[in-house]
Design a protein around this ligand. Structure first.
Ligand code: AMP
Length: 448
């Protein structure tokens, strides 16, 4: 094959039909579980004023400092400089929307979910892309450990539905109130005073701007030093401890299994109290499938009244990877029921009506109505793995008949043209007809 002139940009990928089957399956599980739990779907723009992310997520976080995907000026000549950035995640944009649309007037809590693309200008590697898909759940407006537990329970149901929950462990921690964290940060700073020279440059920078991020450091020297450093649990208030204990009781009540991880802080500034991540059992923190937590200060940072919230985001690409690894077969509806073959201008015209009527009835029909010989059309029908072929040649048009061929059995018969549709629908079976959209006008027909 010739070298293509263009390829996808670095860190992006096409979602080809085969992967879309996985994606659709995941999205269905998400929509179904969210609907069951009263979540409503929201879409926010793919880009926002960068302040939404800078304020919300925090200026000294990896996502904002290193990975924010800035949108170039909207005018090609550069006359309009841009202060926009592609969304690296959903939570900040959804909270912006909550404030903008006065959702605090709605009955609380407001439960929202979203599915779509996110962008991070990171160095691409396995499981880490510049454009990827997330699903996201948020419960805003009320604070109670039972809400954290319910949100986590919905997520575990989704992961169970797509058959990857048993490959993951839920890591759980409570990082306390902002006051607890402030005291802890002081403690960490004190501990590292005089030891700065033993830290790599990056972590020395973190010590100055966002010491909590030192806990996430991949550097071995830092990790050795951290073994003797104070831990966050020592700084937690009674309230935080109680909150965490109650959450664990509720998770137990749901039968959700978790591992306590006092080192888990998550890389975003807006978290308070509960944080959690779903880790790959074999690789641990690297390439987590999803994570979330409570963000009681975020809405206020974005200009709203103090409003609590808890949320989760999962990565679809990483979920698909796990599904494939686990050998999960996804049911799909992309099979071809009928291939329509024809010969001659009259037959071709007649086939157009036939194709349209079959499709209307929910029969997956392909009409590659070219000028090829009947023999090569039959070969094509085979390649499409069609179950039946309807064949209309010049003779059949004249006689008012049509040939119906069962591709698997390799048998065919000539029938009256008017019998084609009733016979095909009977053979396929009423329940196998794809009339989903027609039957379910009120239901969720959005496949996106
Ligand atoms: P985070 O809030 O950063 O933990 O992201 C939540 C989830 O989104 C992660 O657990 C991943 O599954 C997914 N994710 C985040 N960043 C990327 C990326 N660059 N490429 C692919 N998936 C990602």
């Amino acid at each position: 094959m010739a070298e293509p002139l263009f390829r996808t940009p670095k860190g992006t990928h096409d979602v080809l039909p085969e992967d879309h089957q996985y994606m659709t399956y995941i999205k269905k599980a998400v929509r179904h579980r969210c609907r069951q739990a009263g979540y409503k779907r929201i879409d926010t723009p793919m880009y926002e004023y960068r302040g939404v992310f800078e304020r919300g997520i925090g200026e000294h976080t990896d996502i904002v400092e290193k990975e924010l995907f800035l949108v170039a000026g909207s005018k090609k000549d550069g006359s309009e400089p841009s202060d926009l950035a592609l969304r690296p995640e959903f939570t900040a944009g959804i909270c912006r929307s909550y404030v903008e649309h006065g959702m605090q007037q709605l009955p609380q809590p407001v439960e929202l979910y979203a599915i779509g693309q996110c962008f991070r200008y990171d160095r691409p590697q396995k499981g880490r892309y510049r454009q990827f898909h997330q699903f996201d759940l948020e419960i805003i407006g009320l604070k109670d450990p039972s809400l954290d537990a319910q949100l986590i329970h919905v997520v575990t149901n989704i992961l169970e539905d797509v058959k990857i929950l048993d490959r993951l462990t839920l890591q759980l921690n409570n990082i306390g109130t902002p006051e607890n964290r402030k005291a802890y940060v002081e403690g960490l700073r004190d501990f590292f005073t005089g030891k700065e020279h033993r830290l790599p440059e990056e972590d020395r920078g973190r010590l100055a701007t966002n010491p909590l991020r030192i806990l996430d450091s991949k550097n071995e020297d830092t990790q050795i030093l951290l073994k003797a450093a104070p831990t966050l649990d020592f700084y937690l208030s009674e309230e935080s401890k109680q909150y965490h204990a109650t959450l664990k009781e509720y998770l137990d009540a749901f039968g959700v299994r978790y591992v306590e991880n006092p080192k888990l802080v998550r890389g975003l500034d807006y978290y308070t109290q509960t944080v959690f991540e779903f880790w790959d059992q074999s690789t641990g923190a690297q390439n987590a499938v999803g994570g979330g937590g409570r963000y009681d200060g975020l809405i206020e940072l974005l200009g709203g009244k103090p409003t609590p919230g808890v949320g989760f985001a999962g990565g679809l690409e990483r979920m698909i990877w796990h599904m494939k690894e686990a050998g999960v077969q996804v049911p799909h509806k992309d099979h071809v029921d009928v291939f329509v073959a024809q010969l001659g201008p009259e037959a071709k015209k007649q086939c157009l009506t036939l194709i349209s009527e079959l499709r209307e009835l929910g029969v997956h029909t392909i009409g590659a109505l070219g000028e090829a010989s009947l023999k090569s059309q039959m070969r094509l029908a085979d390649k499409f793995e069609a179950r039946y072929t309807l064949l209309l040649g010049k003779m059949e048009v004249k006689e008012g008949t049509i040939i119906l061929r069962d591709m698997k059995a390799g048998k065919q018969k000539q029938i009256k043209y008017g019998q084609a549709i009733p016979q095909v629908t009977k053979l396929l079976g009423e329940t196998n007809l794809d009339t989903y959209v027609l039957k379910d006008q009120m239901g969720d027909v959005d496949e996106d």
